[in-house]
Design a protein around this ligand. Structure first.
Ligand SMILES: NC(=O)c1ccc[n+]([C@@H]2O[C@H](COP(=O)([O-])OP(=O)(O)OC[C@H]3O[C@@H](n4cnc5c(N)ncnc54)[C@H](OP(=O)(O)O)[C@@H]3O)[C@@H](O)[C@H]2O)c1
Length: 259
């Protein structure tokens, strides 16, 4: 039985949910002024007495991941890893391969697009009824961060999840235009999608506050996704937690104040 859990990324979208849902066990939250995932040795102190680690990888480089896993394996017996598409020098498959080989009991969470990304539109929605961007027809299986956390809680605290890769998705595929429609319905606003060409979409994303280094990566990802079939919906959230994945409508209701 796992009793003491280290949570990385505790101030983030998933981490905050995880802390809220891990109320029954002792949780260790690294102090960010002392702990940096880019320096594996900085984790040593807070790993003492820890049984399991929730590990996400918020860095652009994966260079420090092997060292962090070695450090974790010295202390804990279990790791639950949330993969990241934002690592430039280490693909999701490369990250997962390191987890498989780390010598710990491991579980990988492979998430679809987070619903929280729609908060990028919050400034536009506060300013008017139009949400402007490119690839309005692009389908996404938006995932509620509470469902990622709920799966992580099971994998961290119960047996039977070792060696499993969970492909987490929301319950339905929604185009970006449909996401805007649902936002409008829940917020009681006549919101509508306005399609832009790439240069205008790029300028809009910068105006929305996304960093320059990310904007072209994102637009390239949208173009690549648009050339693929819609994402497949999996039942992994329900299979692990016993309840269906939350809808985007539910997510908007939970985050009304953020718009
Ligand atoms: N958004 C998506 O659609 C999507 C899809 C697939 C995967 N993901 C991945 O999911 C993961 C979790 O996302 P999230 O939204 O919960 O994260 P988030 O809200 O962006 O928060 C990132 C967390 O990582 C911490 N952090 C940043 N740099 C760190 C460092 N050098 N050392 C230690 N901690 C550090 C931050 O702490 P401070 O606040 O103290 O800086 C924060 O708690 C990310 O790795 C992301 O790439 C996202």
């Amino acid at each position: 039985m796992t009793t003491r859990i280290l949570v990385t990324g505790a101030t983030g979208n998933v981490g905050r949910q995880l802390l809220a849902q891990l109320s029954a066990v002792e949780v260790v939250v690294p102090q960010r002024d002392r702990v940096d995932l880019a320096r594996s040795e900085s984790l040593r102190e807070c790993l003492r007495g820890v049984d399991a680690v929730f590990l996400l990888w918020p860095l652009h480089s994966g260079a420090a991941l092997p060292g962090v896993l070695t450090e974790i394996a010295r202390h804990a017996r279990r790791v639950v890893f949330l993969g990241s598409g934002g690592v430039r020098d280490l693909s999701m498959a490369g990250q997962e391969e390191l987890i498989r080989r780390c010598g710990l009991e491991w579980t990988v969470l492979r998430p679809s697009t987070f619903a929280v990304n729609t908060r990028w539109w919050a400034g536009q929605i506060r300013a008017g009824d139009e949400v402007r961007g490119s690839h309005g027809g692009l389908g996404m299986a938006l995932l509620h961060e509470a469902d990622i956390a709920a799966v992580a809680v099971r994998a961290l605290t119960a047996d039977g999840h070792h060696g499993r890769v969970y492909r987490l998705t929301g319950p339905e595929v929604l185009s970006q235009a449909a996401q805007v429609r649902i936002l409008g319905e829940v917020l009681g606003r006549p919101l509508r999608w306005v399609e832009l060409d790439r240069p205008s979409a790029r300028a809009q994303l910068l105006a929305d506050g996304l960093p320059l280094s990310f904007v072209d990566v994102l637009l390239d990802a949208y173009a690549a996704m648009a050339a693929q079939p819609d994402p497949e919906i999996t039942g992994d959230v329900e299979a692990v937690t016993g309840r269906p994945a939350r809808t985007f409508r539910q997510w908007v209701a939970d985050h009304r104040a953020g718009f």
